[in-house]
Design a protein around this ligand. Structure first.
Ligand SMILES: NC(=O)c1ccc[n+]([C@@H]2O[C@H](COP(=O)([O-])OP(=O)(O)OC[C@H]3O[C@@H](n4cnc5c(N)ncnc54)[C@H](OP(=O)(O)O)[C@@H]3O)[C@@H](O)[C@H]2O)c1
Length: 294
């Protein structure tokens, strides 16, 4: 049963040339996705909320909706995400979905987050439902916590104090490599046989943060550790780092879900869609080792 399902997933249905809008194209997932789509022959429209500096970029500010309609000019497919920092993700995403619907796009892939569908009233879930009910061909991808958080959000503690500071105790997470998320999105934007489905994306194995620190230590030759902190200390650290309060509170809330064990499970979605195993944490640590060297 399982083998038959995997086989069905890796049957490719390539589409003719597509003009594909990538929201968040300078970010972790979006930059890799734009690269992969271009390599597959898509004409890629890369969104940025800053002044464009390169050909193929288009300026869209999702917070003000400035440039939103123009970004969809001639576009046939779109990848949507809500940039970090905004806790009411539906307010940013629903206007994009509306625009896609009005223009009758051939396919929309939405980057959500694992666990978002646990609460029908959650802002990200509302955006998922708006897409699912839009009448468009769609996929929703819900990744677990990214491996790349250790070279972005949690980088400062690792570089400056040699530790990861999070309120998650010994709970484990099946961290996923953002490069796999991009590869899955590129695949889903290039085929239609999986339309109308949602996928939780995880790595193959779950680790707690002591184990993560041990892998990073092995790779860098530095002694890196993990310190379990209180949710209050986490919130204070985020606010001190100028993270807007609603988003800081949202992060502390979902870190509580991590601590409760909800980030531990693994899925076979990456393997099923890409026909290969997800990238390992050890490989991620090898590829990004320069980030943690001082
Ligand atoms: N990190 C995790 O562990 C995790 C786990 C599950 C789900 N997710 C989801 O992943 C998404 C983030 O993906 P990512 O890490 O690839 O993002 P990212 O690296 O932060 O990139 C997002 C990009 O959005 C652009 N942006 C910022 N403000 C904007 C605005 N007002 N309007 C339009 N664009 C704006 C920025 O590029 P410019 O400066 O060029 O505009 C930024 O580089 C979030 O929705 C999050 O919920 C993350």
């Amino acid at each position: 049963m399982r083998a038959a399902r995997l086989e069905a997933f890796v049957t490719h249905t390539e589409h003719p040339m597509s003009k594909t809008l990538v929201i968040g194209a300078s970010g972790t997932v979006g930059s890799e996705l734009a690269r992969l789509l271009a390599a597959r022959g898509h004409e890629v429209v890369r969104s940025t909320h800053r002044a464009p500096t390169q050909p193929g970029q288009v300026q869209v500010d999702l917070a003000t909706r400035q440039g939103l309609a123009a970004a969809f000019e001639g576009v046939t497919r779109a990848f949507l995400l809500s940039p970090p920092g905004h806790a009411q993700q539906d307010a940013l995403l629903v206007p994009l979905i509306e625009e896609a619907r009005e223009r009758g796009l051939a396919k929309v892939v939405l980057l959500s987050a694992m666990g978002a569908n646990a609460d029908e009233a959650a802002p990200l879930r509302k955006a998922e439902l708006a897409l699912e009910r839009s009448g468009l061909a769609w996929n929703v991808i819900r990744p677990n916590w990214f491996m790349q958080n250790f070279n972005t959000f949690w980088l400062h503690g690792l570089r400056e104090q040699g530790a990861i500071f999070l309120p998650v105790g010994r709970a484990k997470g099946s961290f996923v490599d953002a490069r796999d998320i991009a590869a899955v999105a590129a695949e889903l934007l290039s085929r239609s046989d999986l339309d109308g489905r949602d996928f939780d994306l995880t790595g193959a194995e779950a680790f707690d943060h002591h184990e993560v620190a041990a892998i990073l230590s092995r790779e860098t030759g530095r002694t890196l550790g993990f310190e379990d902190i209180t949710p209050e200390a986490m919130l204070k650290g985020l606010l001190d780092a100028q993270v807007p309060r609603p988003y800081a509170e949202f992060l502390v809330l979902i870190l509580g879900f991590f601590k409760a064990g909800y980030a531990e499970r693994t899925t076979d979605a990456v393997q099923a869609i890409l026909g290969r195993a997800p990238g390992s944490f050890a490989q991620y640590a090898k590829d990004y080792r320069a980030a943690w060297l001082v």
